[in-house]
Design a protein around this ligand. Structure first.
Ligand code: ADP
Ligand code: MG
Length: 248
């Protein structure tokens, strides 16, 4: 046994289909006379269990990339595959259904419904995901407990701190049991201590198997991810999150 050549087990990343696969992706915005190359041809695979951070200065194309991964924008060239389906080959309804089935979103500004309680904000997401009505309440409470908010179920967003609002948003993003959570600057509206706590929560979810792609301009936060990509002028490079020199 000891002398046998080591063969990659079938479940290594090499043997598996990526959850999201991006090939030669380009996005050009045209505004009047202006042409903005927001994404240069860019290639990237996201695998089950990844915790990916995409860091880079403002304007480098991070949100553009996340919107393409999230199937809410269409590329100028190249392709995005989600669960091995080419997003551009689907009609709007099929694309929306794929998005609903496989993706969860977290935003910088939380984007909660202000009139609804924490519990109701999560229940709406459960309803959209087709979760049976009579089980929604209990499931919403479970999800909110999982993000540490069992004592805040009936609070409205304005009655919650920024960190608590982002926890509600994360519970909402988990409602459809997404294959991948896409988070755009999830700590951008939070003080640094609260931001670290939110990243700790994302780490905890990742340890439990949740695949996460997080965009941030904060390098300290980005380094805590398992895989780190740096973005500059619409181009992306994978670097070692543990190597301090990689961020120069
Ligand atoms: P980041 O999220 O890294 O700050 P963005 O992806 O938002 O960067 O933007 C990348 C570039 O594309 C920027 O130069 C920005 O001004 C431009 N851009 C973004 N969205 C649009 C749009 N809808 N129309 C035109 N230009 C845009
Ligand atoms: Mg952005």
């Amino acid at each position: 046994m000891s002398d046998a050549p080591t063969e990659a087990p079938a479940n290594t990343r090499e043997g598996r289909t990526p959850l999201i696969s991006v090939k030669n992706l380009e996005r050009i915005y045209r505004l009047g006379e202006q042409t903005i190359h927001a994404l240069r041809p860019l290639t990237l695979d996201i695998h089950q269990g990844d915790f990916i951070a995409i860091a880079g200065p403002s304007g480098s194309g991070k949100s553009t990339l996340l919107q393409l991964l999230g199937l809410v924008d269409s590329p100028t060239a190249g392709e995005v595959r989600v669960q091995n389906r080419v997003a551009q080959d689907l009609g709007n309804e099929q694309r929306a259904a794929l998005r609903l089935r496989t993706l969860g979103f977290v935003f910088q500004a939380f984007n909660l419904l202000q009139m609804l309680t924490a519990r109701q904000n999560v229940e709406i997401a459960l309803a959209l995901a087709g979760f049976p009505r009579r089980k929604r309440r209990a499931r919403a409470e479970e999800l909110l407990s999982a993000v540490g908010l069992s004592q805040r179920l009936e609070h409205r967003p304005l009655q919650l701190s920024g960190g608590e609002r982002q926890r509600v948003a994360i519970a909402r993003a988990l409602a459809n049991e997404p294959d991948v959570i896409l988070a755009d600057e999830p700590t951008g509206n939070l003080d640094s201590q609260t931001g670290r706590e939110i990243v700790s929560l994302l780490e905890e979810l990742n340890r439990a198997g949740q695949t996460i792609v997080m965009v941030t301009h904060n390098l300290e936060i980005a380094r805590r991810a398992g895989r780190l990509f740096l973005m500059r002028d619409g181009q992306i490079d994978e670097v070692d999150p543990g190597d301090p020199e990689s961020l120069d």
